[in-house]
Design a protein around this ligand. Structure first.
Ligand SMILES: [Zn+2]
Length: 295
């Protein structure tokens, strides 16, 4: 949101938490939340302020800037959503900015379930029919996809795709022949004008026609060139990277490492899952990932 603290820094999650939980804003004063504690250590006094579990809260004489109801509602919400700051700091979503919801197009969020010590991928869009899944299923599906790329594309004999390439090459050379013909015709009408066969009007009209034709052919050629390489071709170009990811994946320990590895072979993932699934259903069957190779 771009709000800054008084000192110009970005709000940290703990700063926001401390503001939200401070009764000052509801017209109270809080005393003793952190009791001053003085201790003598190695001959020097050390002052510290310790958190007290029982601060004294009294109605202050300053006006409240938020209502009691709102303050109470925020406190209830904070209690139901315990602080995850320390976990969040350590935690990185390896698929940040890579995986999108098939229904609404939003990024899929990695969200912790602290009670069970596991993570879920979820779409946070309100009313989006996409249903979340335990993160491990997503990684399993990704690794399966990489295995299938390696076995079915990288290591498979090349045939149909080179056929597509050849078709493109054939089209290109046909267009280039047409371009040369147009250039010859333009020279010819120039001659005809000089020889007095064409009037100026006829020449200009004919020339305009040929110019248009030349522009059309050039457009067709540009369109052929700008077509991205088909995915199979890109995947084949990533053979070494895919092998490397599969080799080291089991040994990667940090989310940062996983993230860097996956980005060498994947450019985008579409997450498709609308069925919730029940206790004994095989969740991996309900999940479909559309995986796009790195460019
Ligand atoms: Zn969604």
């Amino acid at each position: 949101m771009g709000f800054r603290t008084g000192s110009g820094a970005k709000f940290t999650p703990s700063a926001v938490w401390s503001i939200l939980s401070n009764p000052l804003y509801a017209g109270y004063i809080r005393w003793g939340k952190r009791l001053k504690h003085i201790e003598v250590v190695n001959g020097a006094t050390v002052e510290s302020r310790q958190r007290s579990d029982e601060p004294i809260i009294a109605k202050g004489i300053h006006p409240a800037i938020i209502s009691q109801e709102l303050f109470d509602a925020v406190q209830a919400r904070l209690k139901s959503n315990p602080r995850l700051v320390s976990d969040n700091r350590k935690h990185v979503n390896p698929l940040a900015g890579l995986m999108y919801c098939s229904k609404c197009g939003n990024v899929m969020i990695l969200s912790p379930d602290i009670h069970r010590n596991r993570f879920f991928y979820k779409c946070l869009t309100q009313d989006c029919p996409t249903s979340g899944i335990i993160a491990d299923y997503v990684f399993e599906a990704l690794i399966n996809t990489l295995h299938s790329w390696l076995n079915n594309i990288c290591l498979a004999p090349v045939n149909s795709e080179t056929a597509t390439d050849n078709r493109n090459e054939q089209k290109k050379s046909a267009y280039n022949i047409q371009l040369r013909r147009v250039a010859e015709q333009r020279n010819k009408i120039c001659d005809l004008l000089e020889q007095g066969v064409y009037s100026t009007e006829t020449y200009l009209a004919r020339n305009a026609e040929l110019e248009q034709r030349e522009a059309d052919i050039k457009n067709e050629l540009a369109a052929l060139d700008s077509q991205p390489a088909p995915p199979e071709e890109r995947i084949r170009g990533l053979t070494d990277e895919i092998k490397h990811v599969l080799d080291v994946w089991e040994r990667t320990t940090s989310a940062e490492e996983q993230s860097a590895l996956l980005r060498t072979v994947i450019s985008k993932i579409i997450y498709i899952k609308t069925e919730r699934g029940y206790r004994n259903s095989d969740l991996s069957k309900l999940l479909t990932l559309q995986v796009f190779p790195a460019l």
